[in-house]
Design a protein around this ligand. Structure first.
Ligand code: PHE
Length: 371
């Protein structure tokens, strides 16, 4: 039977005790029945609703009808009862919340006997793979690897490489400068390196000849992306400085490297060029690997070399004596050569890729072909 609030006629201590006991045990019984949030809400409203809740009824039936001299005692008991009801209602709430959490945790339990989720093995990206291949060709010749920062100063990217301030050769580099550097002297201003050549300077600052290093890394240029341009790409720099190093050594080294990378039938051609930090300078071409250097394939013009039989691949030259002045080398005693090649350009040729953007779009259908 559900509890109903009795009218009180007897306001003695004993009668009050009995009425309060009855109410409290009804409260506990009803609380013990609560199973859900909806149960709890009904319970709370039944006991605490302002309009017609049990407490309100008790207030009306007991307190208001108490004789004047007993009001104080009744009021105190009703207040205690009210506190008790509030306590029970909030305890019941905690119980409901706890049960819900336990239920949720139960449904999320992990079955450790199920087979695991296999992660597919990745493959080396073609750009990194090509970079490693090039590096290993030079490692086999006794070169070691040096690296430098991608954000460098105007001094390392230009000045120490014999690009004087305002020299037009700087324009060929499409440089991205870090903003807000105007208050600094030009040589200290930061930029995204446009080539790996600054690592030549950093290497010579910390090493005395003989030097034989390759410097792979990322470089940046303000170029709009298209099939043959990307604002971020990779280069490998080479530097050899020693006594009696000649152009002949440069030609032999690069001819060997190109044969190691593209096959022993490949020929190289050196064509005069200009870089501020090498003198003389040359661009190196390899005989076209698609038409065997003939310029024609299956009776038609070879599109890869535009029928020239040659593909231009890298820049190089003998280190300009002015550069030695920046690093405390004596140009009367030492000589050397440097070269720089674009990694994506070589990867494109090696893998027959027709758009440099494919390397950077991260489409697994492209990348998987080379796994
Ligand atoms: N740093 C030059 C460039 O990116 C390439 C180069 C390197 C030329 C070393 C000569 C010697 O254009």
């Amino acid at each position: 039977m559900a509890y109903t609030v009795p009218k009180l006629k007897d306001f003695s201590q004993a009668a009050l005790d009995k009425a309060v006991d009855q109410a409290e045990s009804a409260l506990k019984d009803e609380s013990a029945e609560i199973r859900s949030e909806a149960d709890w809400k009904a319970f709370r409203d039944r006991w605490m609703a302002r309009k017609n809740g049990v407490l309100t009824q008790i207030n009306d039936l007991w307190l208001k009808s108490a004789p004047k001299e007993g009001k104080r005692a009744v009021g105190q008991r009703v207040n205690e009862l009210k506190q008790f009801v509030e306590q029970e209602v909030s305890k019941a709430r905690e119980f409901v919340d706890g049960a819900a959490t336990a239920l949720r945790a139960g449904s999320e339990q992990i079955d450790i006997t199920l087979p695991g989720i296999r992660r597919r093995l990745g493959a080396e990206h073609q750009v990194i793979k090509t970079m490693n291949e090039i590096v290993s060709v030079f490692r086999n010749l006794g070169y070691s690897v040096e690296e430098g920062p991608e954000i460098d100063t105007d001094y390392y990217n230009f000045e120490a490489l014999n690009f004087p301030p305002n020299h037009p050769a700087r324009d060929t580099q499409d440089t991205l400068f870090v903003a807000g550097q105007e208050s600094k002297p030009l040589r200290d201003r930061l930029l995204l390196r446009t080539h790996t050549s600054p690592v030549q300077i950093r290497t010579m600052e910390k090493m005395k000849p003989p030097v034989r290093v390759v410097c792979p890394g990322k470089v940046h240029r303000n170029d709009a992306p298209d099939a043959t341009h990307s604002p971020i790409f990779h280069q490998i720099e080479g530097l050899a400085v020693d006594t009696n190093i000649t152009l002949c050594d440069l030609k032999g080294t690069l001819d060997h490297a190109m044969k190691a990378l593209f096959g022993s039938e490949v020929k190289t051609r050196f064509f005069p060029s200009f870089f501020p930090f090498t003198e003389p300078s040359a661009d190196v071409s390899i005989s076209c690997i698609f038409c065997g250097g003939k310029g024609y394939r299956d009776g038609s013009r070879c599109p890869n070399c535009k029928a020239s039989g040659w593909i231009e691949l890298l820049g190089c030259g003998m280190v300009d004596p002015n550069v030695y002045g920046f690093v405390d080398y004596d140009p009367k005693k030492v000589s050397g050569f440097a070269f720089g090649m674009g990694v994506e350009r070589i990867a494109i040729l090696k893998y027959g890729v027709d758009d440099i953007q494919l390397f950077f779009q991260g489409d697994v259908r492209f990348l998987e072909q080379f796994g």
